[in-house]
Design a protein around this ligand. Structure first.
Ligand code: TXA
Ligand code: MG
Length: 324
């Protein structure tokens, strides 16, 4: 099927209402969207992405109030987070009602919800009589798309329409939080577009790690997505170059300054701003991936605070060894 990029809300609505998939812009990354209440449509999302069925999807709602139709319990702590961060890049995992098909949640008794704040996503969701299930619009284990062209490169021929909302503003996926049913604890399942510190401030308690708890965080594979060329993550580029020199066919990804002598490289934010760095991250990796002269990427860690946590998380996963 031919894939078109366009700005027609009408076309997107028509496709989605007839059970087809559409790539849509959100403030974080582009999503591969379909009717979340139709199991056959959701099954197609998994097959188009090549995604394992144990990895549950996020349900995108048009407004915060809608959560009560799809979640069976919304603790006070979760409501405070909704008030503070919706619409926006925060996803909340809550007990689900039966209207959400099993295939969306990989059979879990919980579902992940978010209200995107991108004006095009908002306008689209308001026009539809159902919420949208949408994973990032990339092939499984590949880079997330922050521009319509990135979606085209990975999904051309597999979907009919890519709704163009320009480059995404935040650039990394949403922060995922699970609040305990009694509201007395909360877990950070994935660092993302809302800094963990901001979530903790609203909650008035520290976020826990799911690692040593009964909380399930499926889909958080160690090697999550990977550029087509190997990526190495180092503490400091200048120190690394001091030891190894500048090898051939190597591109360097710096936080704010490229070391002297580097010709193939990119800077995430010349002023050292973590929000700007997050917004550029995937576009720069896509560019390196397409460049025949680049056969290896050496990236440096950014400060582990605010959006830096999400950036380092994505770089660490990109750098993890492939499973053997
Ligand atoms: O910013 C984003 O969140 C983007 C845009 C398109 O909204 N979406 C996105 O979706 O990143 P995806 O499919 O790439 O990541 C969804 C992740 C799953 O891999 C899983 O880790 C978590 O959300 N998740 C979904 N449902 C869950 C549940 N019931 N319990 C725990 N984690 C869940
Ligand atoms: Mg993804």
């Amino acid at each position: 099927m031919p894939t078109r990029i366009g700005t027609s809300l009408e076309t997107a609505v028509r496709c989605l209402e007839s059970g087809r998939l559409v790539a849509i812009p959100t403030e974080t990354v582009y999503g591969l969207a379909g009717n979340a209440l139709d199991p056959r449509v959701v099954a197609r999302i998994f097959s188009v992405k090549g995604r394992p069925s144990f990895d549950p999807l996020i349900v995108h709602l048009s407004a915060a109030e809608e959560v009560f139709r799809y979640a069976s319990a919304v603790p006070d702590a979760a409501q405070r987070l909704m008030e503070a961060f919706w619409p926006g890049p925060l996803t909340m995992v809550l007990p689900r009602r039966a209207v959400i098909p099993d295939i969306v949640t990989a059979g879990l008794p919980t579902a992940a919800f978010r209200v995107p704040r991108h004006p095009v996503a908002q306008a689209l969701l308001k026009r539809l009589p159902f919420p949208l299930a949408a994973p990032s619009a990339n092939r499984f284990a590949r880079l997330s798309p922050t521009r319509p062209e990135h979606v085209m490169e990975q999904l051309a021929g597999k979907i009919s329409y890519i709704l163009d909302g320009g480059p995404t503003e935040v650039g990394v996926e949403s922060t995922i939080v699970r609040v305990a049913d009694d509201g007395k604890a909360a877990w950070l399942l994935r660092p993302g577009g809302i800094p963990a510190e901001a979530v903790e401030k609203v909650l008035g308690m520290p976020l826990l790690s799911p690692e040593h708890s009964h909380i399930q965080a499926p889909g958080q594979m160690k090697r999550h997505y990977s550029p087509a060329v190997p990526l190495m993550l180092v503490d400091d580029l200048a120190a690394w170059i001091g030891r190894h020199g500048i090898p051939d066919a190597t591109a360097f990804l710096a936080f704010h300054t490229l070391p002297a002598g580097v010709v193939q490289g990119a800077v995430l934010s010349p002023s050292g701003n973590l929000e700007e760095a997050a917004a550029r991250l995937f576009a720069v990796l896509h560019r390196f991936e397409k460049d025949d002269r680049v056969r290896r990427i050496v990236a440096e860690k950014v400060p582990e605070t605010g959006l830096g946590r999400a950036i380092n998380d994505r770089l660490r996963r990109a750098a993890a060894e492939p499973p053997t």
